[in-house]
Design a protein around this ligand. Structure first.
Ligand SMILES: NC(=O)c1ccc[n+]([C@@H]2O[C@H](COP(=O)([O-])OP(=O)(O)OC[C@H]3O[C@@H](n4cnc5c(N)ncnc54)[C@H](OP(=O)(O)O)[C@@H]3O)[C@@H](O)[C@H]2O)c1
Length: 266
């Protein structure tokens, strides 16, 4: 039986290109999505020469509705696709005051809207077939909103929340969801958003190959939330336990006593 085809967005460089390399070396055919045809072609030729897998290129700007719809349709209609690596994303740094609103909207269009529509298409297709996997690239900044641009951090927090809820709805239909939260990783995303990654403490910056290999080890283990840098998985479990402890009290008939108006003395 032939292995699943892997559709990877943002595959022309960085994290997506390393996912392409690793899945090709596992013998999977690939569909690589990004805007830069030349880079995709160089990668596709190398992977085909090294591994013999079939590599297709889909040039698409995922902030462009017709392009996004084309990739969505491919996910919905191509029964060979068994894994979506929902990776294309862009950074945004700095203050929201003075930020270009058009740029903020583009970040949301790529990091939130495109990622959501592609994950939803994959979830529908995979659930109908009773199997498949969706890997969403979030960020540790989902957990550290104080450290980042509000729109970038918000977009990555959305993907974490979205992935946890998606898992809840599709895991019993044979669909595996993984959300990966990289810390700072040495890729072009920094320069593209006007930041020098070399200005960061090198002890905080992961090599992109190490990042993807760790994320794939966790994928193989069936993990839902993967934080490749975190030394003690118990810290995440404790964080989740604290969140879940809130659950019974998050929706009640009466406001908490600290919010009740004080009675005015006559
Ligand atoms: N690197 C980090 O420190 C870091 C940390 C946490 C999370 N992440 C997340 O990991 C994911 C990958 O990041 P990366 O570091 O590998 O970034 P990167 O090196 O900048 O690569 C981004 C990829 O997305 C593609 N892309 C960008 N805009 C696109 C668009 N409008 N339509 C289609 N494709 C587009 C780019 O290709 P084209 O230019 O050819 O379109 C490229 O292949 C992102 O979601 C990012 O938020 C990264």
């Amino acid at each position: 039986m032939s292995k699943d085809t892997i559709l990877i967005t943002g595959a022309s460089t960085g994290i997506g290109a390393v996912y392409a390399d690793r899945f090709a070396k596992r013998g999977h055919n690939l569909i690589l999505v990004a805007r830069d045809f030349e880079r995709l072609e160089v990668l596709a030729n190398r992977l085909w020469a090294e591994t013999g897998v079939n590599v297709e290129i889909e040039v698409a700007d995922l902030t462009n509705k017709p392009d996004l719809a084309r990739i969505e349709t491919r996910l919905l209609t191509d029964p060979k696709i068994g894994v979506l690596v929902n990776n294309a994303g862009m950074g945004a740094f700095g203050e929201i005051i003075g930020a270009d609103p058009e740029n903020l909207e583009t970040v949301i269009a790529l990091n939130v809207t495109a990622a959501t529509r592609l994950a939803a298409a994959a979830a529908n297709a995979f659930a109908a077939r009773g199997g498949g996997s969706i890997i969403n690239l979030s960020s540790v900044l989902a957990l550290a909103p104080e450290r980042t641009n509000p729109v970038y951090g918000g977009s990555k927090a959305f993907l974490l929340n979205f992935s946890q809820a998606l898992h809840q709805q599709v895991s019993d239909k044979g669909v595996h969801v993984q959300v990966v939260l990289p810390g700072a990783t040495r890729t072009e995303i920094w320069a593209r958003a006007g930041k020098n990654v070399n200005a960061l403490d090198p002890a905080m910056v992961m090599d992109v190959h190490d990042l993807v290999d760790a994320a794939l080890a966790a994928f193989d283990a069936g993990e839902l939330v993967t934080i490749p840098s975190l030394p003690d998985a118990g810290d995440w479990n404790a964080f989740e336990a604290a969140r879940l402890k809130l659950a019974p009290n998050l929706s009640r008939r009466f406001p908490a006593s600290r919010y009740r108006m004080k009675e005015v003395a006559a």
